[in-house]
Design a protein around this ligand. Sequence first.
Ligand SMILES: [Fe+2]
Length: 211
Amino acid sequence: MRIALISDIHANLEALEAVMADIDSQNVDKILCLGDIIGYGADPNACLELVSSRCSSILMGNHEHSVLGLLEFENLNDVAKKSLQWTREQLSDSEISLLNSFETELVVDKLHLVHSSPYQPLKWHYLLSDGVVREAMKHMKTNLCVVGHTHLPVIYAMTNSGDIRKRTGHSFLPDPRSPRENLSQEKPHRLRTPHPAVHYRSRFFAQRDRK
Ligand SMILES: [Fe+2]
């Protein structure tokens, strides 16, 4: 089965449409969204509609959590705070209900899905250091966990000796001796970071945001 993972769309419709077109060209069986569909960008409504129509599972990100009033805006930077206040005004009651239906974490096809970290998912930790990654790995529900949130394409793996290995931008065949690196012991899976990048009209997006 081929699964496409998308995350941190942040109401950028042009980018989302470009990514969906790319996915459609790659014989993908299922699309999963790891959250933060809204926030920052100009098209929260259209992005919510497109993601909910195309993705079989959708997680809640910290931006959805904030718009629902479940996370204090005070913890966010000024840009995020301003955009979330504007975003909240754009959403209908049914879109708010849709956001409320998103799960914090899920297990789908032996993949543990969570927006930020399997450790304290609602604290929205960023997996940016070996220590934070090591703590997160203790809380994985399956051998493979996928997250968004940092906006960085990275694969982390733990060796049998407990070291954290980090790969960026290359295909990565897990070591069959390490259970944490295998989706299945019978058939190790090849993991790829989401490259090459999909291009879209970013200048158009920026101009729209200034309106
Ligand atoms: Fe996030």
